[in-house]
Design a binder for this molecule. Structure first.
Ligand SMILES: Cc1cc2nc3c(=O)[nH]c(=O)nc-3n(C[C@H](O)[C@H](O)[C@H](O)COP(=O)(O)O)c2cc1C
Length: 373
């Protein structure tokens, strides 16, 4: 009989599916509904020390493609399929003082469910590093089971916050060290996908003491321009800003980022995020080596916290495991991690040798590289 329970960074989950840090986890009411619906854990909407002010108008829209034409737009119309979500929402607009009693109540009501607090502060000086420590102590003292450090929010103007931390290996390490100095619970680091080799930022975070890496947050992007008005589909008074793309469109992109890390660190723990709405999607991350999977866009579109999504994820996982005779996630974790190889190692037609373009085989010989024969 399939067992969905699993242990990740020392925390015992009744199933490996979490709601990601986002609107589905922006309040105690939502989080409690999510636990009742069957999610194994949640990561709270990112909590900071100071209140933030969001843009005027909508903070999220959904991009859809026509089923019978290539049109891609956020405009509501019939016969479309979901392509992605696009958001420029900042972190929680509630302060840490608002969150503290609520985190405590959630844990009292659901002691066996896993509550991860997502936190964020600046990182430019010692005072800011102390803010990370202040947030850490505050949330763990009221029962948070773990922390997720937000090094990945794509809309921060400050150069020492959000994805700007995730793009800087030194800051990744320095902030993680500061948090680990006071953390008594596991520390997950959520990295931005917007770097060339995310394994380098993962390495820096692990060096700082991170217990796991989560990825991906949303990808920097713009909404399409309306050909009638010539305005971006998401704009305020004609102006827009780089926002974050989530949902189905980012599943293959996030898989590629995740595989860079799981191949570089096969013995470390990872939480996969990006484009998951069914078990078939989640399976991709498990097979790459992720011990948990997080969901945002699909849950937003399903009664705000995804009751049908979590039912399908759990049923899908049970059916898959029963069919294959797997007893636990351990039996298939990372099973396809090592099938990703350099292009030159993919089989060529018989008798034809290919060396990745390094030797003369139709390519021009690089300048100064000798004869190349
Ligand atoms: C409206 C919105 C708000 C989000 N807010 C946060 C946040 O506060 N902190 C964070 O770490 N990620 C945030 N995210 C990113 C999600 O947690 C998740 O990483 C991303 O949406 C990819 O997952 P998905 O494809 O399932 O949507 C947000 C995403 C959306 C769409």
């Amino acid at each position: 009989m399939a067992m969905l329970s699993t242990t990740f960074t020392g925390l015992k989950f009744d199933n490996p599916f979490l709601l990601a840090s986002a609107p589905p986890t922006e309040s105690d009411a939502n989080i409690m509904r999510a636990f009742e619906a069957g999610w194994g854990g949640v990561v709270t909407k990112t909590i900071g020390l100071h209140p933030v002010v969001n843009v005027k108008g909508p903070k999220t829209k959904f991009l859809r493609v026509d089923t019978d034409s290539p049109r891609l737009s956020t405009k509501k119309r019939p016969n479309t399929a979901l392509h992605s979500s696009w958001n420029w929402e900042l972190i929680s607009d509630k302060t840490i003082d608002w969150w503290i009693p609520r985190l405590e109540n959630i844990k009292k009501a659901f002691p066996d469910k896993i509550l991860i607090a997502s936190i964020m502060a600046g990182s430019g000086n010692d005072k800011e590093l102390h803010h990370w420590q202040e947030l850490t102590k505050a949330v763990q003292d009221v029962g948070a089971d773990g922390l997720e450090l937000n090094f990945s929010c794509p809309h921060m103007d400050r150069v020492d916050m959000g994805s700007n931390v995730g793009k800087d290996k030194v800051l990744c390490s320095v902030v993680t060290v500061a948090v680990k100095e006071v953390a008594k619970v596991p520390v997950w680091v959520k990295l931005t996908p917007a770097t060339s080799n995310i394994a380098e930022e993962a390495e820096a975070s692990f060096r700082g003491g991170a217990d796991a890496i989560s990825s991906s947050n949303t990808w920097p992007s713009l909404t399409p321009i309306d050909s009638e008005t010539l305005d971006f589909e998401m704009s305020v008074d004609g102006y827009t800003s780089s926002g974050g793309l989530g949902g189905p469109a980012i599943l293959p992109l996030s898989m590629a980022k995740m595989s860079q890390m799981t191949r570089a660190f096969p013995d470390k723990e990872f939480s996969g995020i990006g484009g998951v709405s069914t078990f078939e999607h989640a399976l991709n991350y498990f097979l790459l080596g992720c011990g948990t999977v997080q969901v945002c866009t699909a849950a937003m579109l399903d009664s705000a916290i995804g009751p049908n999504v979590i039912r399908e994820l759990r049923n899908g996982m049970t059916e898959f495991m029963d069919k294959r005779g797997y007893a636990s996630l351990e039996d298939f974790l990372g099973l396809r991690r090592d099938r990703i190889v350099p292009h030159s190692q993919i089989k060529r037609p018989e008798q034809i040798d290919y060396r990745g373009g390094y030797e003369a085989e139709g390519y021009a010989v690089p300048v100064g590289a000798g004869t190349g024969t």
